[in-house]
Ligand binder design. Structure first.
Ligand code: SF4
Length: 187
């Protein structure tokens, strides 16, 4: 199997949406969001047998040992991303999986290759809460079908290493370097 890191987002929305749109059909191959200090990389990693032709312009292989030495972001279920101004959205292929009738805001966006795709916003609850978030149980009610934007974005506050030790971020990113401190020996 090949581990792949994804081209990092830029300030070009058309490029970012292009990357996300392509990833949306490979969501099940995303093994997590990682911080790879030695590459200055913070983003999703995919695990696939080969590099699919349609992903060749947005991914590159990474050595599995580098992945093992890295930190994998984890969600502590504080709810912040989903509860307030979540801004979460789905592409049409994702929206179809959960039913298209519930959307309040639809936008057509142009990708960097000229294609146009429809984007369905799911942040229509109070204070921008995602309509799929259950605030009482503090969980996503469509966990397995959550959109790619929710799979690849993390608050980056907590992470685990390959041995299961828990880390907390103690600094902001400075030229791609973030500092984490081990806070628990098991998670
Ligand atoms: S789809 Fe799920 S993970 Fe994404 S914002 Fe909504 S509740 Fe949160």
């Amino acid at each position: 199997m090949t581990y792949l890191i994804v081209r990092e987002p830029t300030d070009d929305e058309k490029l970012n949406m292009y990357i996300l749109y392509k990833l949306s059909t490979y969501k099940d191959s995303i093994v997590g969001v990682y911080y790879i200090e030695e590459l200055g990389y913070y983003g999703p990693i995919l695990k696939l047998r080969d590099i699919p032709r349609e992903l060749k312009d947005i991914v590159r292989p990474v050595d599995v040992n580098i992945v093992r030495r890295s930190l994998k972001m984890i969600c502590m279920r504080c709810g912040w991303c989903c509860e307030r101004e979540s801004g979460a959205f789905m592409f049409e292929n994702e929206a179809e999986r959960v039913g298209l009738s519930r959307w309040s805001r639809i936008r057509t966006v142009k990708l960097i290759n000229g294609d146009k795709v429809r984007v369905y916003y799911v942040d229509a609850g109070p204070n921008g809460r995602c309509i799929f978030y259950d605030p009482k149980r503090k969980l996503c009610t469509i966990h397995k079908a959550k959109p790619v934007i929710c799979v690849v974005t993390y608050c980056a506050r907590y992470a685990v290493d390959s041995e299961g030790n828990l880390y907390r971020r103690v600094s902001r990113s400075v030229r791609g370097v973030v500092h984490f401190k081990k806070v628990q020996t098991t998670y």
